[in-house]
Design a protein around this ligand. Structure first.
Ligand code: PGA
Length: 250
């Protein structure tokens, strides 16, 4: 059985105090379930607080939303992999569409970040996805494959088991528009086939992201190809997040 991964990307919401209060509310009555993990991606400044809050809980993980590939140096405003680890993080989002399209991150930078995260012993969650005009031109598949080739070209055979991929169509992020479960599953199938063709022995978890909410999460994770979800807006409120992580349990 594959593990269901429910990951929340808080984006630029919740500083340390509100992160602690959200975690208190979320953890009050939270029960772990076999085969299910809940991952939190708070802003870097709140990571240590979230990591501390989940200490001793089974199936919970905290991570960073971004990282720099260098270990130390004159990189004002950046965070290294070792710093994420020291703060208690064990995963990092890499190449999120806001990093790519708002901050101009290139495929080459994304590749360097994946390499640094893996070298530092953390789990990269590589985000890929096409923009609306690319989907309308029928280019979803080549765009996603190009992003995979660029970011994962140098991955070594032992790294596959640490990798997570999130398919997030850019037009579905924060817009209220979700890919249909069938459309998402088709792209997930393409991603999985690419991983297998590059020598991934084990199944690489492929998450779906883009306007996931309590009302649509069940039909998405019902697809065999969808191993979990990466959730933005609906993860920053404890009640909607609790509803999402309980998908299929009630
Ligand atoms: P959204 O964001 O759920 O608010 O659409 C998803 C993401 O950006 O990871």
């Amino acid at each position: 059985m594959t593990t269901l991964i429910l990951a929340g990307n808080w984006k630029m919401h919740h500083g340390p105090a509100s992160a602690r209060s959200l975690m208190d509310t979320f953890l009050d009555g939270y029960e772990p379930h076999t085969g299910r993990e809940v991952w939190f991606f708070p802003p870097a400044i709140s990571l240590a607080d979230v990591a501390r809050a989940i200490e001793g809980h089974v199936g919970l993980r905290a991570g960073a939303q971004n990282v720099h590939w260098e270990a130390t140096g004159a990189f004002t405003g950046e965070t290294s992999v070792a710093m994420v680890r020291e703060a208690g993080g064990t995963a990092v989002l890499v190449g999120h569409s806001e990093r790519r399209h708002v901050f101009g991150e290139t495929n080459e930078e994304t590749a360097k970040k994946v390499t640094a995260v893996l070298a530092g012993g953390l789990r990269p969650v590589l985000c890929v996805g096409e923009r609306l005009e690319e989907r309308e031109r029928g280019e979803t598949e080549p765009v996603v494959l190009r992003q995979l080739d660029a970011a994962l070209g140098g991955i070594s055979s032992r790294d596959w088991t640490h990798l997570v991929i999130a398919y997030e169509p850019v037009w579905a992020i924060g817009t209220g528009r979700t890919a249909t479960p069938g459309d998402a599953a088709a792209v997930h199938g393409t991603i999985r086939a690419w991983c297998e063709s590059r020598g991934a022995g084990a199944r690489v978890p492929v998450l779906y992201g883009g306007s996931v909410k309590p009302s649509n999460v069940a039909e998405l994770v019902a697809e065999d190809e969808i191993d979990g979800v990466l959730v933005g807006g609906a993860s920053i409120d404890a009640e909607s997040w609790r509803a999402i992580v309980r998908v299929g349990l009630d």
